[in-house]
Write a protein that binds this ligand. Structure first.
Ligand SMILES: [Mg+2]
Length: 300
């Protein structure tokens, strides 16, 4: 099906809030009836005890409230997670490939593997899901140990394994993510001339990612892949959407600068410095802008 000279791309995506809307740890904590999940995660993040994104794995192993987790809770969590739209269309498109290009799609996330496999059942081959690997006790069903957590630098390790297994060059790696647990892997992919896409307005990440796409629709990441990686024009991109049964309804290419200005000149009266805060929004053609472009994409 693919010509022998096809360029082979490894497309790797985060799961929580990249392919889904809500955090699977939050859904799991609701199922378990635990309290203060976000505070616990924030506390762990502040302490830098675990890799960013690996907080849930730590809680499952060490927090008394999460001790009761069984495999069935993880599967149920996956069923309840709200997915972004059109993930099946995205996966089918990548599996089909384009003339001269083929793609291998993998999910790399710190969420428990069972959660992601359950959420993406029938959409993504379970063997293409890399999540936190937990070992369960055969007798009690309790989590006995943690084998691996693909969070922070752990994502880099999985990505390098996949590149070696597929035999793809590092500059043919495309990574999609939304949050701070994706910083390491995005810097790594960029450093080796790969391509990175942020799907949230996370300030730290959108400075690192080559492109930022904001959309409820998972298929929207096809826009920067076609445009920047494969050099396709706007009309070709629209055609690709249409041939996948989708319409690119709205595509605002804009550059957004958020500026806060502090007035350090002496103020009158009590001598306190006057503060002037300005939100400056600049919209311009992304092609002429040197900042990272923001795409707002709506798919119908
Ligand atoms: Mg995420």
């Amino acid at each position: 099906m693919h010509p022998a000279v096809a360029r082979h791309f490894l497309v790797a995506s985060d799961f929580d809030q990249t392919l889904s809307f809500n955090d699977s740890g939050l859904v799991l904590s609701e199922i378990l009836g635990t309290t203060g999940f976000q505070e616990k995660v924030d506390g762990l993040a502040r302490s830098n005890l675990v890799q960013q994104g690996g907080e849930l794995a730590y809680l499952i192993r060490h927090d008394p409230e999460f001790r009761g987790v069984r495999r069935e809770h993880l599967v149920e969590t996956g069923r309840r997670v709200r997915l972004r739209h059109n993930i099946p269309a995205l996966v089918e498109f990548l599996n089909r490939g384009l003339e001269g290009c083929r793609f291998s799609f993998f999910v790399i996330s710190a969420a428990p593997r069972e959660v992601i496999q359950s959420a993406l059942e029938g959409i993504v081959d379970p063997a293409h899901v890399f999540g936190t690997e937990l070992e369960f006790d055969d007798r009690t069903g309790e989590v006995r140990s943690i084998k691996r957590v693909p969070a922070g630098y752990g994502k880099v390790a999985v990505l390098e394994e996949l590149e070696a297994r597929l035999g793809t060059a590092p500059d043919r790696t495309i990574y999609i993510g939304d949050g701070s647990s994706d910083v390491h892997v995005m810097l790594h992919v960029n450093n080796r001339a790969g391509f990175t896409i942020a799907v949230s307005e996370n300030h730290q990440l959108s400075r690192i990612a080559r492109r930022t796409v904001l959309s409820d629709d998972a298929f929207s990441v096809i826009v920067p892949i076609l445009e920047d990686v494969l050099g396709r024009g706007v009309s070709e991109i629209r055609t690709v959407f249409e041939s996948n049964g989708l319409t690119l309804e709205q595509w605002d290419k804009a550059r957004t600068d958020r500026v806060t200005i502090r007035d350090t000149r002496a103020s009158d009266g009590d001598g306190a410095a006057a503060f002037l805060s300005v939100d400056l929004v600049v919209e311009s053609d992304a092609d002429t802008a040197d900042a990272v472009p923001d795409d707002d994409v709506a798919v119908a």
